[in-house]
Ligand binder design. Structure first.
Ligand code: SD4
Length: 328
């Protein structure tokens, strides 16, 4: 234990110089991009559960807080909600009855942190942030992620609620391993926010696919797949059947398309058509993308009908239906 701590300390120290230099560079390059336009803070997040999450995020943004704090504390509301069965506490378990969680976060300086397949932790997004801020790494997995969290002072919590356990026991009667993600069983939260300084950050947190194989990791903790942001351009988040997003590195694709001049809406539509072109059988699954550019323009698009997102800007909260590809 002591030697592991030492390793982290030594590694952290060794890289502090390099990281600080890199951060300085990033800060310089982003500050050059800042325009004199007055920035209007905004937060958007996937699905209806984003309404409560945005409310928390807005408290921070409207008092000149940092987008990074907004996207962390916003999604924590959903992580702690037992009624959201795709995120954090109350999330549906894997097929062995174990709740395993994935989360990722990025700040305005291009720093990223994530955890995957972590168990027994109420707020994986905060562990992801700690990975980003306190280690020289980006991603910690499974037992190692849990160990890091416990050493950092997080408490162990049983994340399987009675309700989720009952549903899983019902599922076990047939144990049909059909990883269908459709519009009925989503709720993963991906969030993007711009603060009053004009800085963007993103977060994504989930219990993943219900009754997945033990050890399965989805797109949400993969930087560039389930979430990506770049303070020069904007950000993107994904929800739905993560395998399709990972195969096309969806969120990175959306941000790169915006870099080349696409609007957020054009970019998310192109990311969906990439799935349509490249992945046979895509019709069986739902995918939703959300994008936000640095001017506060939003794009939202999904494969199937039913994807919506929550937006909070100018002191107004809204739930908005996204346009979609598969129109019969
Ligand atoms: C995953 N993308 O693990 C997540 C699941 C999801 O709403 O978005 N559910 O594949």
């Amino acid at each position: 234990m002591a030697s592991r701590r030492n390793f982290i300390k030594v590694a952290s120290l060794a890289s502090v110089g390099a990281i600080a230099a890199a951060k300085g560079k990033a800060e310089n390059s982003t500050s050059k991009k800042k325009s004199s336009k007055k920035v209007r803070p905004i937060v958007i997040s996937t699905w209806k559960n984003g309404i409560n999450a945005n409310k928390k995020a807005w408290e921070i943004l409207s008092s000149n807080g940092r987008a990074l704090d907004a996207v962390e504390q916003g999604v924590m509301v959903v992580e702690a909600d037992p009624n959201d069965m795709s995120v954090g506490y109350g999330g549906r378990p894997d097929r062995d009855g174990i709740v395993t969680l994935d989360a990722s976060i990025m700040d305005e300086n291009g720093n990223a942190g994530s955890v995957c397949a972590i168990e027994d932790i109420m707020h994986p997004i905060s562990v992801a942030r700690k990975v980003m801020e306190d280690t020289p790494h980006v991603m910690l997995a499974g037992d190692g992620a849990l160990q890091f969290a416990l050493e950092a002072g997080f408490e162990k919590v049983n994340m399987l609620t009675e309700k989720a356990k009952r549903e899983w026991e019902e599922w076990k009667k047939t144990s049909k391993y059909e990883p269908v993600i459709n519009i009925e069983n989503h709720d993963t939260i991906g969030m993007l926010a711009i603060d009053s300084q004009g800085n963007i950050s993103g977060s994504c947190t989930t219990s993943g696919l219900a009754y997945k194989m033990h050890g399965r990791v989805g797109d949400s903790p993969i930087v560039g797949a389930g979430m990506f942001c770049d303070n020069e351009i904007g950000g993107a988040v994904a929800t739905g059947m993560g395998e399709l997003v990972m195969k096309t590195l969806g969120s990175f694709l959306v941000v790169e398309l915006m870099r080349q001049g696409s609007t957020p809406q054009e970019a998310v539509e192109e990311a969906i058509s990439r799935i349509v072109k490249k992945i046979p059988g895509y019709e069986k699954f739902q995918i939703g993308y959300l994008a936000l550019d640095k001017d506060g323009n939003v794009g939202a698009y999904s494969l199937h009908k039913g994807f919506n997102y929550a937006k909070y800007a100018e002191n107004k909260s809204a739930l908005i239906d996204a346009d979609y590809y598969l129109k019969k």
